[in-house]
Design a binder for this molecule. Structure first.
Ligand code: SF4
Ligand code: SF4
Length: 373
């Protein structure tokens, strides 16, 4: 799916032209890094235009007298009838609009294992690591299933969002209960993956559903995993790390860029909370190192997430723990960046090399079928 946003394939700051300048952004990576005062304002204006088309606020609401929400980095304060940045929360209104620990906006489906999870190359379900405590067998858990939970709404506004219909679905009135979700766990379900959109704005719901599911399944294997942009309140991160570590699951952080201005241009949001949360989660690794409880991934966006970004991110990850698995995922043109180019094999391999050079022990290129020569 796409949303058409035209700016220019010429950087409006330095005049660079060509495939490395995203038409939606109209500014290049180098200017976002080195001349943010000039390059960032037009990039942020693009986010505002896209969000207004989707009836989402350009910025987090900041009414000093409004209702506050601290679930994620935005700490919205919503005036009467205002909606939060994620599009999910609004001030008291019709009960059907409310999401919370027991009520959520989401959908789910079962996926046979091994599945295409970001961590399937290192996790218990994909490889059997952690057997017999956390996996049913020594290899991939064939015959078992993952319950994939797709949360609607997100705390970021990535220009290349891979499944952006969640933004529209966040405004739909349909509500599901945590009990309903937990009841979807059957005898062949050995893990639940909470993703989206992003689970951050609905973490209390995922935590409640996980606890109900665990109570329903007694002591049999049921791993809990989260795939997230990492923007949640640190206290909620602690709670999902508890559940992931205890169950044999993991929390998968999507680290989009190292440079904060580049991050703002691509996602509309700072990366400071995400990086601080990743460091915080990394301190928990010794509690249960196998299977890995913390996994990192980065989408290789040509022209923007370059070798320098990957080197810096990998150095940051390795400084926390060099054993953290790192997946480099090939970009697929989507949403506002639907016209952007696919990554080349040479670029992906150079990024992987940079990650190893930065000190990481386990690095993988994912979505290889998207790489071009
Ligand atoms: S949900 Fe967790 S355990 Fe299951 S396949 Fe995905 S990463 Fe592996
Ligand atoms: S979850 Fe985040 S974006 Fe949504 S209302 Fe709360 S603070 Fe705002």
């Amino acid at each position: 799916m796409t949303i058409e946003v035209r700016s220019s394939q010429i950087c409006r700051v330095c005049g660079l032209s060509g495939a490395k300048v995203a038409e939606a952004l109209g500014v290049c990576c180098r200017c976002l890094r080195r001349r943010p005062d000039e390059a960032l304002p037009p990039a942020m204006a693009v986010h505002g235009r896209i969000r207004s088309r989707l009836a989402l606020p350009a910025d987090p609401p900041r009414d000093p007298a409004g209702v506050s929400c601290r679930l994620c980095v935005h700490t919205c304060r919503m005036a009467k009838n205002a909606v939060g940045y994620c599009g999910l929360r609004r001030t008291p209104g019709p009960a059907r609009d409310h999401v919370g620990a027991g009520r959520g906006k989401l959908s789910w489906y079962h996926d046979p294992l091994p599945t295409n999870c970001v961590a399937d190359w290192v996790c218990a379900g994909g490889t059997g690591t952690g057997y017999p405590d956390y996996a049913h067998c020594r290899g991939a858990e064939r015959g078992y299933r993952n319950l994939a939970v797709f949360f609607h709404g997100c705390s970021f506004n990535c220009l290349y969002c891979q499944n952006w219909d969640h933004k529209q679905r966040a405004a739909e009135p349909e509500i599901r209960s945590a009990r309903e979700l937990a009841a979807a766990v059957d005898r062949r379900t050995s893990c639940i993956c909470f993703f989206g959109g992003d689970p951050s704005p609905q973490l209390p719901f995922s935590i409640r559903a996980a606890r109900i599911a665990r109570a329903n399944t007694n002591s049999r294997i049921l791993r809990f995993c989260w795939e997230t942009n990492g923007s949640m309140h640190p206290g909620l991160l602690d709670r999902i790390m508890d559940l992931a570590i205890d169950s044999g699951g993991g929390v998968k952080f999507d680290l989009k860029t190292w440079d904060e201005n580049l991050h703002k241009a691509l996602t509309g949001v700072t990366n400071r909370r995400t990086l601080a949360n990743f460091r915080r989660a990394g301190r928990r690794i010794p509690e249960r190192p196998v299977p890995p409880p913390l996994i990192a991934s980065t989408l290789l966006v040509p022209g923007y997430v370059d070798v320098e970004e990957i080197h810096q991110l990998a150095r940051f990850i390795a400084g926390i723990n060099p054993a953290i698995p790192y997946a480099l995922l090939a970009f697929h043109p989507q949403f506002a960046m639907a016209g952007h180019s696919l990554p080349t094999r040479a670029y992906a391999h150079a990024c992987r090399q940079a990650a190893y050079q930065a000190g990481l022990e386990t690095v993988r290129i994912g979505n290889r079928h998207l790489l071009i020569s």
